[in-house]
Design a protein. Structure first.
Length: 434
């Protein structure tokens, strides 16, 4: 991913230096296990650790690979150059390349998960803070983009919190799903390497042994992992889209923080655009791009092919780096989001009481009017508000059929905003706990 949308901690996970360091640790731990089992001499296993503090020469490995056309062999050749050819002769004993490649990929994805979990937790903290800050800040709820009934800004944040909390659980499950390793040799039968080597290496690296690895770790695990990242990206877009709508000039119930010196347009100096949330919408698309290829990687030929390899070399770093950046950008947007309660009330009152139509409808039915007639009475008065700019309550009070069923006091009571917010505490307790 390009530096513009990258954070260094996540980028470092996918660097060649990190990859080769993990390869080295897998090989070194495997040699220790082989020595414990008496398969290779102890001194040879110990010699491998001479490279513990050595920085592997990425350029040299690339140079060797240009000849061998095989990345793992190139690395093993370079390792032998460091520790000595004789000392290195038992390295990779009974193993196959996928043992190293697949186990490393899963280690990288687990490490990436830890950073992504931190990102989701930061978003959750920001959403919770803003939810309680605006628990009782009334705004109009919308369906189909049209005024519906009153809600609160706190409930808007609370529903996003609940969604992201589900994503946190999904991400932790995805991390657990991907936390496996395989040191099982060609076609995964352990014919040339004892299963206890796999147990040892996985324990050292914080992994669980893959139950059946054929020669690769099954890609349904990776499909689930990247699908989870895609869901999280969609939740990011969900929040970003709401903010973009709220920032529209005609709405302006909230807007991204506009810093001193910031410019919104090269042509129009007045502009304050929702550039961060628009950017998040685009980044979400990039993350979701990985989902279909990850699903298509599940079907491999027999015990192994490498049709998945090129895909994962791209989507592994690109997707985790992009999602990490997006989560932290979103958290910053929420933390600094500027909210305009006065505009929320102004928007809600734009159609002069119209948003209380359901309360009047229900009151009429409870007063003995049929639902069909109740709907007709309310709608004909509501249309005067839409079409003539009338005041809904005034029209109801002047409608003889309505006042025949409801007294003026009963009509007046139906315009109490508190009616719509009386269960906010109940919803908050469900989301955040009592």
């Amino acid at each position: 991913m390009i530096p513009r949308y990258s954070r260094p901690e996540m980028v470092a996970i996918w660097s060649p230096e990190t990859k080769f360091r993990i390869w080295y640790e897998i090989e070194a731990h495997a040699c220790d296990a082989q020595a414990d089992l008496g398969v290779i001499p102890r001194e040879n296993a110990a010699a491998v650790w001479k490279a513990r503090d050595v920085a592997f020469d990425v350029a040299r490995i690339d140079e060797i690979e240009a000849v061998t056309k095989h990345d793992v062999i190139a690395f093993l050749t370079h390792l032998a150059e460091i520790i000595g050819a004789d000392e290195a002769r038992f390295v990779h004993q009974g193993m196959t390349s996928s043992d190293v490649l697949d186990t490393t990929l899963n280690i990288q994805l687990v490490r990436a998960s830890d950073i992504l979990i931190q990102g989701v937790e930061r978003v959750l903290a920001a959403l919770k803070t803003r939810a309680f800050e605006h628990k009782d800040t009334v705004r109009i709820g919308r369906s189909h983009g049209i005024h519906a009934e009153p809600t609160t800004m706190g409930l808007t944040f609370a529903r996003f919190y609940a969604e992201m909390d589900r994503n946190l659980r999904r991400l932790k499950a995805a991390k657990d799903e991907i936390r496996t390793g395989a040191i099982s040799g060609a076609v995964g039968t352990f014919a040339n390497i004892d299963p206890r080597v796999e147990d040892y290496v996985c324990a050292k690296l914080g992994l669980e042994p893959e139950p059946v690895s054929t020669q690769v770790i099954p890609r349904d695990r990776h499909a689930m992992f990247f699908a989870t990242l895609g869901v999280i990206a969609s939740s990011i877009e969900n929040i970003a889209t709401e903010i973009r709508h709220m920032q529209r000039t005609e709405v302006l119930e909230a807007e991204e923080f506009f810093s001193p010196g910031q410019k919104g347009s090269s042509a129009m100096p007045h502009k304050r655009n929702p550039v961060l949330t628009e950017n998040l919408t685009g980044l979400a698309r990039l993350v979701r791009m990985s989902v279909i290829p990850a699903l298509e990687n599940v079907a491999l030929w027999h015990e192994r092919d490498i049709s998945h390899s090129s895909v994962e070399r791209a989507i592994g770093p690109d997707t985790t780096v992009t999602l990490d950046f997006a989560l932290n950008r979103l958290a910053g947007v929420i933390e600094k989001l500027v909210i305009y309660p006065e505009n929320m009330l102004k928007n809600m009152n734009k159609f002069k009481g119209l948003v209380m139509s359901q309360r009047v409808l229900l009151a009429l039915t409870q007063a003995g009017v049929s639902r069909e007639d109740s709907y007709r009475l309310v709608q004909r008065n509501a249309m005067k508000v839409w079409e003539q700019g009338a005041d809904f309550k005034t029209e109801l009070l002047g409608d003889a059929e309505v006042t025949k069923a409801l007294s003026p006091a009963e009509i007046e009571e139906k315009f109490d905003l508190g009616y719509h917010t009386k269960h906010v505490d109940t919803i908050f307790a469900r989301v955040f706990g009592k």
